[in-house]
Write a protein that binds this ligand. Sequence first.
Ligand SMILES: *Cc1c(COP(=O)(O)O)cnc(C)c1O
Length: 353
Amino acid sequence: MSDWRENIRHVKPYTPGEQPTGESIVKLNTNENPYPPAPEVEEALREAAQESGLLRKYPDPEAGELVRALAAFYGLSPDQVFVGVGSDDVLALSFLTFFHSFKPLLFPDITYSFYEVWARLFHIPFVKIPLDADFRLRKEDYFQENGGIIFPNPNAPTGIEESLADIEEILRRNPGSVVIVDEAYVDFGAKSAVELTRRYDNLLVVQTFSKSRSMAGVRIGFALGQPELIRALNDVKYSFNSYTMSRLAIKAGAAALKNRAYFEQTTGKIAADREKAKDRLRQLGFQCTDSRTNFLFVTHPAWEAAKLYEDLKRENIYVRYFRQPRIDNYLRITIGTGEEMEKLYRFLAAYKG
Ligand SMILES: *Cc1c(COP(=O)(O)O)cnc(C)c1O
């Protein structure tokens, strides 16, 4: 007798950060933006609530309004833009679309841990390439046979940015592979590879509204690349789920893009606060990577990260700890409001280990 259990696809899922609820919690563990979305978003949602059919009718399967707004924002044409339910959705579909190969997908050993989960889910062979001792990516390691390449820039959870010159060389050396640059944190002061999509037909740049646009709860991510890549992504999307973006998400996303000044002001403030946080934590004895994101990646020579993580949590200060080779004595700390950061510094200044 066969057993239905034999037909179950067993996977080891990604572990998202904790989402504690309650008053007086300092939540610095999932890289959310501490500021609200642009005021235009609330306005758009209020207007949308008045529309007849908002909930009853299917949304536009092409999410045209949002795709056109993104194209205009980045100076591209709509056929160079793909949108999805957060960049996790866009990345998962991209794995399914572009890494259909017997050759291994390459990504860093220390990186966004969802990559390995998707590779296993879709039976994509992969090789994890060790970052160097300073957590830098060595471009030469990616000059080898592969079925695709993916890395975040800046990298997560290290926060380290690699140069566009290095990325361009990886693209040039891999004309036969799709190279995905996951730019979840690029808006906090790093250089985007978007311009390179004009010259490289094998580059897909993925970004998200979750961090720099304060809209993690709405779930909007997008990919930018040449029309051939975008068409392939759409073909897979329409083979899976046509109506991924809700009417509300489409409206909210398009509205957020209207206010460039607010976007630059809030991301600029977070980048400045990040530099202050580096100074404060270094004064407290921490070593920090040169993060270009909305989080810091820190280690302390005298304090064990796993214990500090627990001790912080007892005080309702949540940060992220990864029990993983090479980084198991590090903490990832999201840049919060000034008040939240002060609470963290106060705790650390009095901490005895
Ligand atoms: C946060 C994050 C994502 C996913 O964000 P979404 O909320 O799904 O858009 C993707 N990649 C990296 C590196 C991230 O940190």
